[in-house]
Design a protein around this ligand. Structure first.
Ligand code: KGT
Length: 335
């Protein structure tokens, strides 16, 4: 499962190229040091001597399977590597806990927020001293006894391991794309009741979302209007919609909100019936992809520069040019 990524030519792993000397990022395969996964590191900044002071974030890409223990092991390995490389915050994808073969197995493997899974990640955050965006775990909510259904819950932990925010996926993916196998998320999952206000972290103010949510710009506008500087879309994107829509959607959300967009993705084959597209990425507020993973497990890193974000917003103040008188206030302000 893990070997093939490092066979990619280096050029494929490079995202390179930035303007104003900010956030120059390039992948580097560490074939000899660690054959298990790929690390795409930021290259030394060309013309910004102080860029090392900017917060560094890590985006982890994994292939979850129905084996929860194995999944934790892989995620923990990447998070520890992220900490070693100096990241203050690591992002894990949707379904980092597991990807099951059918709804019955999904429900059986699910846990409450106070369960062992979160306990393990609490310990991990503490041990590594970094924040964790746990992109979406299969959560037995308070209503589990009555509903026997779960939530797709994005949890943000601080470096002490405390839960700082939770967001339950509000747009469920019930789609049938020819060639991809049907997705019927609502078979097992209840849509979340509300959006969450953006949360202050060492990297900036983060607005929480999950995967399919990225197709609804109203949500990203609401989060941006509520002060988000970084939007997160932890994902398990399909192998047909991936090549067609993934990068376009993420860059569009970044450009129209003038936010950083961080999208940790599932990749590879999870079991006989399901595979994901990979290509985790970080997009800056100008729409440039400043870090990306390839097809296989690994991580990529990016620096978040909020001065750059402010510049982009100053030069092109689109948020002040909206015409709610014509089309309503898309993305109502959050409480
Ligand atoms: O199934 C689980 O265990 C966790 N949930 C998911 O993986 C969800 C629902 S199947 N996947 C997506 O939303 C993919 C969206 C997508 O691929 C697109 O928007 O094109």
């Amino acid at each position: 499962m893990l070997g093939f990524l490092t066979k990619q030519p280096l050029s494929l792993l490079c995202s390179g190229l930035r303007i104003r000397g900010l956030s120059v990022l390039c992948a580097q395969s560490r074939k000899s040091e660690n054959p298990a996964y790929a690390i795409h590191r930021p290259r030394a900044m060309a013309s910004s001597s102080s860029s090392w002071e900017l917060p560094l974030v890590a985006v982890c890409q994994v292939t979850s399977t129905p084996d929860k223990q194995q999944n934790f092991k892989m995620c923990a390995e990447l998070v520890r590597e992220a900490a070693r490389l100096g990241a203050c915050l690591a992002f894990l994808p949707e379904a980092f806990d597991f990807i099951a073969r059918d709804p019955a197995e999904t429900l059986r493997l699910s846990e409450p927020l106070g369960g062992n899974l979160l306990e393990d990640y609490t310990q991990l955050a503490r041990e590594c001293g970094l924040w964790l965006s746990l992109g979406g775990f299969h959560e037995r909510g308070q209503d589990w006894e009555q509903t026997q259904k779960i939530y797709n819950c994005h949890v943000l932990l601080n470096s002490k391991g405390s839960v700082v925010a939770t967001y339950r996926k509000t747009h469920l993916c019930d789609v049938e794309i020819p060639g991809q196998g049907p997705m019927r998320e609502s078979n097992s999952t209840i849509p979340g009741p509300s959006l969450e206000s953006p949360v202050s972290t060492p990297a900036g103010k983060i607005g929480l979302a999950i995967c399919y949510d990225m197709r609804f710009p109203e949500l990203s506008l609401a989060l941006a209007q509520a002060g988000a500087e970084i939007l997160t879309y932890p994902s398990a994107f399909g192998s047909i919609t991936g090549p067609a829509h993934w990068e376009v959607l993420l860059r569009a959300r970044a450009i129209e909100t003038q936010c950083y967009v961080v999208a940790a993705a599932q990749c590879g084959r999870h079991h006989e019936k399901r595979a994901s597209y990979g290509h985790s990425m970080v997009v800056d507020p100008w729409g440039t992809v400043v870090a990306r993973c390839s097809e296989g497990p690994g991580l990529c890193l990016a620096r978040i520069n909020l001065n750059y974000l402010r510049q982009v917003r100053q030069h092109m103040p689109v948020s002040q040019h909206r015409r709610p008188d014509l089309y309503g206030n898309l993305g109502n302000p959050l409480p």
